[in-house]
Design a protein around this ligand. Structure first.
Ligand code: ATP
Ligand code: MG
Length: 335
């Protein structure tokens, strides 16, 4: 499998110096061509920060404190997104990697028709295209996400939440990027709608061949629709595995707790009862593994040493997966 986006040792802080909050720490994550990679973790674990850091969309006081984000274009040499000039970055966004923000359905401009908002994106990157060709492309994009062409002339408030969400997805696909990042694009929608939209994204991915980084709290959606799943805790990736393997046999006690807290997966809903306690305070991170104060299986090294992320020992089901846990100490840390 070829990589398309490789996040290497990424660190993101909010603020500077002693006051800095380390929201993303030493993250290694690779998105491969054509795959749907799911990213899950409790609120505050750093999922959005990771996505915004990797696409250089961090709002202040966010700063990249180190790392690389290597993008592999369709043709040409791979390059580090973090080293692009502002001008190169403008060409990169939408055309190579697009992002659908958390709550994006509310970010359409209320005073402009859907057609104008779609053609704006198209025109900004293909200035030579004629007006009729832009409109035809906008119509085609709406068709892709299952919206009738007559909705082009609608204003955002005339569309349902699900439709507005689909318009945002159409926009993200407008320039045929290789990578689409979706940050909880569906949490504001009802469960049936979430499923429909995700199914549609997976079908489009098969037709158009892009890769998806899909961020959500809802692990049951990821188990159903993604190829691989990465689990984040306290700013770090603590486990990454094929979706089926993670579901069948999660290695990290945190992943296990997350899986057990979803009703659609295993028995009755129990909040995060699989995991008593609350997420770590990033300003006062526990020493060692940041999950150890909540971990039912914590033992001697956990309170003092951060477990490195890497393939588990063969006996624990190595191959094609990584974990950061002293129960499954790796001999080959990533990076
Ligand atoms: P959610 O599931 O709620 O979207 P998340 O996993 O996306 O959560 P982030 O939004 O990336 O988490 O936040 C990670 C951490 O960074 C949180 O502890 C948050 O409080 C902190 N953080 C986010 N934005 C800022 C900011 N502008 N200034 C300071 N800290 C911030
Ligand atoms: Mg978020």
């Amino acid at each position: 499998r070829e990589p398309v986006l490789e996040i290497r040792n990424l660190n993101v802080d909010y603020g500077l110096g002693d006051d800095a909050v380390h929201a993303v720490r030493e993250v290694h994550l690779t998105l491969h061509r054509g795959e749907v990679l799911g990213l899950a973790g409790e609120s505050g674990s750093g999922k959005s920060t990771l996505a915004y850091g990797a696409t250089r969309l961090l709002p202040p006081p966010g700063v990249i404190a180190g790392g690389q984000v290597v993008y592999h274009p369709r043709d040409g040499e791979p390059f580090d997104v973090l080293a692009l000039t502002p001008r190169q970055l403008r060409a990169f966004r939408w055309a190579e990697t697009s992002i659908v923000f958390q709550g994006a359905m509310n970010s359409l401009n209320p005073v402009h028709k859907i057609s104008a908002q779609l053609t704006d994106v198209i025109r900004a990157h293909t200035p030579g295209m004629s007006r009729p060709a832009q409109v035809a492309r906008a119509r085609e994009l709406l068709g892709l996400v299952g919206i009738a062409a007559d909705r082009l002339e609608a204003y955002p408030h005339q569309l349902s939440g699900g439709m507005r969400q689909r318009v945002m997805i159409a926009m993200a696909l407008a320039l045929e990027p290789q990578v689409v990042i979706m940050d909880e694009p569906t949490t504001a929608l009802d469960v049936v709608m979430q499923r429909q939209i995700l199914r549609q994204i997976v079908q489009l991915r098969e037709r158009l061949g892009f890769s998806v980084l899909f961020i959500t709290h809802d692990l049951s959606l990821l188990v159903e629709f993604s190829d691989r799943i990465a689990i984040m805790y306290g700013g770090r990736i603590v486990e990454e595995a094929p979706a089926a393997a993670l579901y069948r046999d999660s290695l990290h006690p945190y992943s296990h707790g997350l899986l057990n807290s979803f009703p659609a997966l295993r028995g009755a809903k129990r909040e995060l009862s699989g995991i008593p306690g609350s997420p770590p305070d990033l300003r006062a991170m526990p020493r060692g593994c940041s999950f150890h104060p909540r971990c039912p299986k914590a033992f001697e090294p956990c309170g003092t040493h951060v477990p490195p992320l890497g393939p588990p020992p063969a006996a624990d089901g190595a191959g094609n997966r990584t974990v950061a846990c002293w129960l499954h100490p790796t001999t080959a840390p990533v990076g």
